[in-house]
Design a binder for this molecule. Structure first.
Ligand code: NDP
Ligand code: MG
Length: 383
């Protein structure tokens, strides 16, 4: 039996993780559940999964939760310290990082420092602090198993043959606006951008998918997870989301991983690895399906190009790109900026940042803070 903590249990990945736990027939046990403010859902989850620790980031919500679950032996904490506490318990084998945004960074690092393996969904953490996170994992002998479907696919294709890999080919659905012109994109609303054609996900990643920033973040995520150079990573648009990614080996052979677009599959694999478990998820049937591939459109969607530039430059720049993007996504969702302004503002923050070495967590957090404040200022000047 594996004991896990789920950071972000009320979100899209968190809820699907709990479905996997429920179906695991006792192979998985929950130590801690954390969320931001969704008191109703986490209360239900606590009653069902009986964790030892529950955390809400918001203090008031945590106080209310404590009262609501007073009949149970669960300890309720709040804030970032609570998330750290949830990640380092002695009995924890693996931490599922399913919060959205670089708020996941400190709990992930703390978990690694405490020797825990990570099932990583929270890509923003690796984008912001890939070097530090991978170094800490290496020093502590911890595994970081990807949950992101593309990286799970690459991980499965590589299958311990890392030194024979020529190229990592990340597939991208292209999002809801692939093929649109810049002119047409001026009218995009949050409601339109939230409707992803193949996946049902949280709001932030849905907007990232609509700007191709999700794939941009995933290029940097792949660089760190697989210790790759940027020139070994390519992106290919594959609108059907059946091939989740591919790896080309030195002999020219290409191995791909296929499956239904269902996140429970990579979540379960991260939790069962190196084993595979039965599942009741809908199985793939290829008869009658057409799989197509295209180059991404860097002119209309400049995010991927920006990620390569920021990634190659390194240091604190990827953290800045990520934080500026988080601010822009929230501003777009709140109706404060237009869809195309997200590209412009993230680019501007990256351009104006004085890049520093990213060796220390303090530098990364300072760059993240700077980018948030600077982007917010740029947004305020616009309105
Ligand atoms: P959601 O928005 O659905 O869920 C986010 C979770 O994090 C919720 O539990 C939320 O709590 C919690 N949370 C949000 N803000 C904070 C905060 N400030 N402090 C503490 N907890 C917080 O996100 P997703 O599940 O879609 O995505 C999670 C991560 O997984 C992201 O990094 C995403 O990129 C990645 N991912 C997601 C995929 C998907 O299919 N959804 C696919 C691949 C990767 P509350 O409910 O209380 O707000
Ligand atoms: Mg993905």
């Amino acid at each position: 039996m594996k004991t896990i903590s789920v950071l972000g249990s009320t979100g899209s990945i968190g809820k699907q993780t709990l479905e996997v736990v429920n179906a695991s027939e006792g192979k998985l046990k929950i130590h801690a559940l954390t969320a931001c403010s969704n008191t109703d859902l986490i209360e239900q989850q606590i009653r069902q999964f009986r964790p030892e620790i529950a955390v809400l980031a918001e203090e008031k919500a945590a106080y209310e939760l404590k009262n609501r679950v007073g009949d149970l032996p669960v300890k309720v904490f709040c804030g970032l310290e609570g998330m750290v506490e949830a990640s380092i318990g002695e009995e924890v084998d693996m931490v599922v990082t399913a919060v959205s945004g670089s708020i996941g960074l400190l709990p992930t690092l703390s978990a690694l420092q405490a020797g825990k393996d990570i099932a990583l969904a929270n890509k923003e953490t690796l984008v912001a602090a890939g070097e530090l996170v991978m170094k800490t994992a290496g020093e502590k002998g911890c595994s970081i198993i990807p949950v992101d479907s593309e990286h799970s696919a690459v991980f499965q294709c590589i299958n311990n043959n890392r030194n024979k890999v020529k190229k990592i080919i990340l597939t991208a659905s292209g999002g809801p606006f692939f093929g649109w012109t810049l002119d047409k994109l001026t009218g995009v609303t949050p409601g339109m951008a939230l409707k992803h054609p193949n996946w049902n996900m949280g709001a932030k990643i849905s907007i990232d998918s609509a700007t191709m920033m999700n794939k941009a973040l995933e290029v940097i995520e792949a660089k760190f997870l697989f210790h790759a150079d940027y020139n070994e990573i390519e992106v290919l648009v594959h609108p059907q989301s059946i091939i989740h990614s591919m790896v080309e080996f030195i002999d020219g052979s290409v191995i791909a991983q296929l499956g239904m677009p269902d996140m429970r599959l990579p979540i379960q694999y991260a939790l069962s690895y190196p084993d595979r478990w039965d599942s009741c998820f809908e199985k793939l049937s290829l008869a009658g399906k057409t799989l197509t591939f295209q180059e991404p459109d860097d002119q209309v969607f400049p995010s991927i190009r920006l990620a390569y530039r920021c990634g190659e430059r390194g240091g604190t720049l990827p953290a800045v790109m990520n934080a500026a993007n988080e601010i822009c996504v929230h501003a777009f969702l709140a109706g404060r900026i237009k869809y195309l302004e997200m590209f412009e503002l993230v680019e501007r923050a990256c351009q104006d940042h004085k890049v520093q070495d990213s060796g220390s967590i303090d530098r990364i957090l300072a760059a993240d803070r700077w980018a948030r404040e600077y982007t917010e200022e740029l947004i305020c000047k616009k309105s």
